[in-house]
Design a protein around this ligand. Sequence first.
Ligand SMILES: [Zn+2]
Length: 485
Amino acid sequence: MSKKLCLFLLFCTAGICLYATRLTVLSTTDLHGNVTGNHRGMLRVAYLIEQQKKLYPADSLLLIDCGDTTQGTFSSMVFQGELMIKCLNYLKYDVWAIGNHDFDYGLAVIKKRMREFSGVSLAANLDGPYLAEVHASWKMFTKNGIKVAVIGLTQPEMSKTVLIADRVFETITFGAALKRIMPGIRAARPDVIILAQHQGMYAKGFSIYKFAAQYPEIDLVLGGHTHLDNPGQKIGPHTWYLQTRARACGLGKNVIDYDRKQNKIIKINSEIIPVTVNTPIDKKLLEQIRPALARAKKLAEQKIATIIFKNTRNLDSSFPEQKIIGWMMLEQTRADVAVCNAYPSGYKLAGTVPVTLKRLYYWSSYNNTICTLTLDKAAYQKVMAEQKSLLKKNYRTIITYARKDLFSSKNKIIVAFSSYALAGAGGKFPFLRRVAKNKKFMLKNTGIIIRDGLARYLKGKTFIVSNNADGEISIEQKLRKKVSH
Ligand SMILES: [Zn+2]
């Protein structure tokens, strides 16, 4: 039997028409800096990707990451995300749709990472001059003779998590971005449209079902941001949705069969290939990044200070941790009061604890900076009322005072916050966000990353942190020398 006839019979048995062309889209999202790990990590995801590459020729394969790629682990932080971009480049990713946490290392760094990425960085809803030259809104790929337009959208509420100077960049809504780019995409006549979005199925004022109804020509949506994995489902008459597992715990796979005679997709089959403890690691990738991993490990173990915790066994560790951060912020800024926020960590701190750089990373794993506002009594009271209103949602405010009688001798006080809080903490503090934008309250950003400030504050010393009988947490440098603020 001829090879052609054989293929014909094979297609007929599979129920696929002769004109079907196959396109395979592999996707990851929210990798969050995970390179190593027993049940996760890029080293294992890389193995899965290389396996798929053996099954599908490069000309029929697209590799897309949906963002929050570079932040989330100590080793990724050490290299400000460069290590993760190296992994993406090694695997020849075609598209990187930027996530909100990819901005955590600052604008100069994200610009560098976007430049280093060998594929195309996409964010159609990112406006402003600073990043314009390093990203695009969408890109047309030709795969197996099929024209595939890939659109990228980043998290639209970015300005509520990142303290951005005016006009450097802004994010616009998905709707506004698509309204702008769809005419150009339609004119380019793609066969397939894929949307890589750093957002899940639902967000405030957003539903993927409504969105798919508005733009029915989108064939496949790859989601992210919410860490809610979804192996694939229909979200519109012709639209499919998939969201891969977060933290490099899986690889999304979408197999699209396209009928070139009828010019339409016949079907999309999708799955999430899980990363398990039995998934081998990609040895070639490991060889390339081994020196970087070794350097990160050495830094992680570097001891900064010793802290002796007394009577803290019943406290969630977030209290003493944020208290220490508060004392550090007071020292760095000479503020009158420091306001810190945290969700409970679920851990306890007790006894003698060696403070390593890695431990400091867990205390403050985002690259937020120390900022101050100068507030009058009325503004301060309103800010604090907003902070307290969040308590019911388990989000704690931990206040550290340089002196208790704040307004007794002055009518204006300096209050230290993290840059994240002043950006509105992802929508939690709209009032504080407005106050920070009001020039009257003289926002100052020290540019000091909280974790770096902590390392400097604690370096080489031994502290005693005690939870006193009156419920107050105090800090004292050992050798009975009080730390002055
Ligand atoms: Zn995100």
